[in-house]
Design a protein around this ligand. Structure first.
Ligand SMILES: Cc1ncc(COP(=O)(O)O)c(C=O)c1O
Length: 492
């Protein structure tokens, strides 16, 4: 027990002048913090002795409060390891993600609220709290070459110079930008020179910076419908006017976009692998979009988030590579090809916009961790990066096949799968009478992450389906997960 370090002491507020007894104040503070999820289920609390010391009250007072919280099921103790927030507090007691939320999220998914993806303001929806099968966007971290990474990280940390430890450049670490430029030109057909490449903390930050930088050009932005909720959040927070433009089997319907809002000066798209439905945008539609952008002086934000993984054919070249008028802001990320917590991505910015983007970046967080940039530079330059992508392409293809086969076995003729043979997720369509949020919640209770497709719709009546990621689950987990998914679907 003594080897366990003391957890942080929560910011308990007490009112010594209050008529309420002190033990009741301690009890009330913890109860409220647990119900609001300021303290999360399973979180270890400081010992009563440490807490009493910190709050300068008697230990008996804290013991009395904890006893009551324990008796009411808010706290539990584990012999030898301390006191924890109970893991089994009924959902209805917890504030925002209560039983009521099911109806709310479906309804909200038709509004332009920033909570449309099924999130409440402060809490993750249950399917986003599970890291196993079928969490979307999670690569196989078990297959990441940790030894190589650790060796490089140690080497670069040891040799940390002023350049690595001081303030860096808003555009990024020069050798890293050079490596990215070469990679994008060679493998993605991106037309760029090094001066256009900005390193960012993942594509989510790229979207936020783009939103801020484009505000002086436009308030109206086309978004794919259904589309990526993260983009909606970035543009929604910037108070842009979100115009949902439907996608069909050819990708974004450009003609509809023009009819809906021809004055829009920006469009966000995922042309290589539409998120979530998984089709590629046809060459004709790409040309139409580029033509619209150059005629109107509009900007296209191309999110190329997982194009390294195409299984049946060669990777598609980027839309940016077809652009001869400098209208495309190209975004990519290392989250899928390496791991999400690396928080590194990049943007290729049209020359005319570079200074505005740098201004915004400077205001946001100045620059990305130079240490990680330098480690990743060597990882790329020494060939580990491409080798890892090659290995993962083989692995994810196997996992995808395994998932498709397991779904067909489990669901028989009810199995309808959407999406090209690419990326790290597919969409399982559900019959109309099923509510995908209800199914996803049931699946989460069984320990399975399934993201409801309806959360990706901004306005139009949503289609019902489940977005299933297969990158982060091995074949045994996929097979067991599909069985549970079958139960969740049948029982919802
Ligand atoms: C379409 C799309 N764009 C961007 C991202 C965000 O990636 P990052 O981790 O680089 O912020 C994701 C993550 O799932 C995604 O699906």
């Amino acid at each position: 027990m003594s080897s366990l370090s003391q957890p942080f002491c929560p910011p308990v507020t007490l009112a010594p002048a209050s008529v309420a007894p002190m033990y009741q104040q301690v009890y009330g503070w913890f109860r409220a913090a647990i119900l609001n999820r300021d303290l999360r289920p399973g979180q270890r609390l400081p010992s009563t002795r440490a807490l009493a010391g910190e709050l300068r009250i008697s230990r008996i007072t804290v013991l009395n409060a904890f006893e009551q919280l324990q008796a009411e099921g808010y706290l539990e103790t584990a012999l030898g390891s301390g006191t924890f927030v109970s893991k089994s507090i009924p959902d209805e007691m917890l504030s925002p993600y209560s039983g009521r939320a099911e109806k709310l999220t479906v309804k909200k998914s038709r509004s332009r609220s920033s909570e449309v993806d099924g999130r409440s303001r402060n809490h993750k929806p249950p399917w986003n709290t599970i890291l196993g099968a079928f969490r979307v966007s999670h690569p196989s971290v078990e297959d990441f070459p940790v030894n190589v990474w650790t060796r490089l990280l140690t080497k670069h940390s040891r040799s940390s110079s002023r350049q690595l430890m001081g303030y860096g450049d808003a555009m990024g670490y020069h050798p890293f930008r050079k490596a990215i430029t070469e990679y994008l030109r060679t493998t993605r057909g991106v037309r760029c020179d090094l001066s256009q490449v900005m390193v960012v903390n993942g594509s989510q930050q790229a979207l936020t910076i783009a939103a801020q930088a484009l505000l002086s050009h436009t308030k109206d932005i086309w978004l794919e419908e259904p589309g990526y909720p993260g983009a909606r959040r970035a543009f929604g927070v910037a108070k842009m006017n979100l115009i949902p433009v439907p996608v069909d089997r050819q990708g974004l319907d450009v003609e509809k976009g023009i009819r809906l809002c021809s004055k829009a000066k920006a469009a966000y798209i995922t042309p290589s692998h539409q998120y979530p439905l998984g089709m590629a945008m046809t060459a004709r539609r790409r040309m139409m979009l580029l033509d619209w952008a150059s005629r109107k002086g509009s900007w296209i934000i191309e999110d190329d988030y997982d194009s390294e993984y195409r299984f049946g054919s060669r990777p598609l070249a980027s839309l940016q590579g077809m652009d001869t008028n400098g209208r495309v802001i190209y975004i990519g990320t290392f989250s899928k090809v390496l791991f999400p917590a690396i928080r590194l991505g990049y943007m290729v910015i049209p020359h005319d916009l570079i200074s505005t983007f740098v201004e915004v970046r400077d205001a946001v967080d100045i620059f990305s961790s130079t240490l990680y940039q330098s480690v990743l530079t060597e990882f790329i330059n020494e060939g580990y990066f491409l080798r890892h992508i090659r290995n993962m392409r083989i692995l994810y293809l196997k996992r995808r096949r395994c998932l498709e086969e397991a779904l067909r076995k489990e669901l028989g003729s009810n199995c309808e799968i959407e999406g090209d043979d690419a990326g790290m997720h597919l969409v399982l369509m559900l019959p109309k009478e099923k509510n995908d949020v209800v199914v996803a919640r049931r699946a989460a209770e069984l320990g399975i992450s399934a993201t409801p497709l309806s959360a990706c719709f901004l306005e139009s009546p949503p289609k019902m389906g489940l977005i299933l990621g297969y990158g982060g689950a091995d074949e045994a987990q996929i097979i067991a997960g599909v069985k549970k998914l079958g139960i969740a679907i049948r029982s919802s």
